[in-house]
Design a protein around this ligand. Structure first.
Ligand SMILES: Nc1ncnc2c1ncn2[C@@H]1O[C@H](COP(=O)(O)OP(=O)(O)OP(=O)(O)O)[C@@H](O)[C@H]1O
Ligand SMILES: O=C(O)[C@H](O)COP(=O)(O)O
Length: 398
């Protein structure tokens, strides 16, 4: 894999660079609630522009359905990127249309352009190789070279991550290089006890990683939106909580597999429930096997928080992805805060991964230097830890 340092030493002045970044930041309306992913890619962009490159940045934001959807516009990100870089950032109101063509052609040395959300185009995430390749061709026309620094998206076989890389001379940015260096320490010989904590809302995506993780960890802790499909698999009712009904059988299999392998799979023992998905909804704590039919679990309860925290404090290596509850609502942030605090308090090698997990650490006021590493990738780091070949990294190989 060629690095950005190699590109810089070859010389980038006057060259057009297509840079894939992961600018998928949490938003409240059009307000960015955590700019960690923007700041994380800034050193790569700075190095390119300071060396005279003409940089066209592309990214996805959220999960729009292959057509423009204003709530997922990258316009607020362009503005914040300009502030972080302390330089003008042009914004194209389309991804590969007339506006993008014009603004890409107008770039002078040392200038930056951000394209509109890649996922406003069905070609970005298409399963059809030909359709993806066509969109990738249009993107690749904006660069003489390709740099990938979207660590959070390297597990996606998407046009901008995989197909476009293959069309141009390709390089890994500073962020990808750093993430891979740190996470590779957890793939081979992580010091035991090795505890992985999973939560969040991308349940079906992340359930898939459990199969492999069970072979590697001593304890697997499951909280957040992820917990309810497991509770259902244990025969409990989960009311209106997040549930992936078609994954219940898979969770039953994981519970049996964990037992066979001697892995402690810990689920919440109590839950903070709400009558509706709202910041104002009053929290009521119930046992995890007694969630009322008309309520939903929005956080783990205090006994679960203490149980999970104890395990984390006793570990030598901890990887945590996915908030324990809807931490964006202060009344349901306690479980996430308790687990995060346990990582800070432990003397283990601690890695937090994921857009929202990293955002939670910062917005809940925990010290960033209390963790060994805060990764920008959630799903990406989990799949990396499984030992899988990730499409975005494979595509960078020469
Ligand atoms: N019990 C729950 N019910 C509904 N949503 C939940 C629950 N617990 C956590 N969440 C939500 O999960 C979201 C984060 O999940 P996600 O899986 O995207 O994590 P992440 O750290 O962003 O990882 P990635 O980078 O892979 O997206 C948060 O917005 C939080 O509100
Ligand atoms: O938030 C993430 O994990 C990355 O930006 C990838 O987003 P995705 O899960 O929607 O592909």
């Amino acid at each position: 894999m060629k690095t950005l340092d190699e590109l810089l030493s070859e010389g980038v002045s006057g060259r057009r660079v297509l840079l894939r970044a992961d600018l998928n930041v949490p938003l409240d309306g059009s307000t960015i609630t955590d700019d960690g992913r923007i700041r994380a890619v800034a050193p790569t962009i700075q190095a390119l522009v300071e060396n005279g490159a003409r940089v066209t940045v592309c990214s996805h934001l959220g999960r729009p359905k292959g057509e423009p959807d204003p709530q997922y516009s990258l316009a607020p990100v362009a503005q914040r990127l300009g502030e972080v870089l302390d330089r003008a950032v042009a914004f194209a109101t389309d991804t590969v249309g007339d506006d993008a063509d014009e603004k890409n052609a107008a770039l002078a040395d040392g200038e930056v352009l951000l394209l509109e959300n890649l996922r406003f185009n069905a070609g970005e995430t298409s399963k059809d190789d030909q359709v993806r390749a066509e969109f990738a061709g249009e993107l690749a026309a904006y660069g003489d070279v390709y740099v990938d620094d979207a660590f959070g998206a390297v597990h996606r076989k998407h046009a901008s991550v995989y197909d476009a890389a293959k069309l141009l001379p390709r390089y890994a940015g500073f962020l990808i290089a750093k993430e891979v260096e740190v996470l590779s320490k957890l793939t081979g010989d992580a010091e035991k006890p090795y505890v992985v904590v999973l939560g969040g809302a991308k349940v079906s995506d992340k359930l898939a990683v459990i199969e492999n993780l069970l072979q590697k960890v001593d304890t697997l802790i499951i909280g957040g939106g992820m917990a309810y499909t497991f509770l259902k698999a244990q025969g409990h009712e989960v009311g209106n909580s997040l549930l992936e009904a078609d994954q219940v059988a898979t969770c039953e299999r994981y519970l049996a597999e964990a037992e066979k392998l001697g892995v402690d799979l810990l689920l919440p023992v109590d839950i903070a429930t709400a009558a509706e998905f709202s910041a104002d909804a009053e929290a009521q704590v119930t046992a995890a096997d007694a969630i009322p039919g008309d309520r939903m679990g929005l956080d783990i309860g205090p006994a679960s928080a203490e149980l999970f925290a104890e395990r984390v404090r006793a570990a030598s290596t901890v990887f945590w992805n996915g908030p324990m509850g809807v931490f964006e609502f202060p009344a349901y942030a306690k479980g996430t805060k308790a687990v995060a605090q346990a990582l800070v308090d432990s003397s283990a090698y601690t890695v937090v991964g994921g857009g929202d997990s990293a955002a939670a650490v910062r917005t809940l006021g925990l010290p960033e230097d209390g963790f060994s590493h805060i990764s920008t990738g959630g799903g990406a780091s989990l799949e990396y830890l499984e030992g899988k070949t990730l499409p975005g990294l494979e595509a960078l190989e020469n």
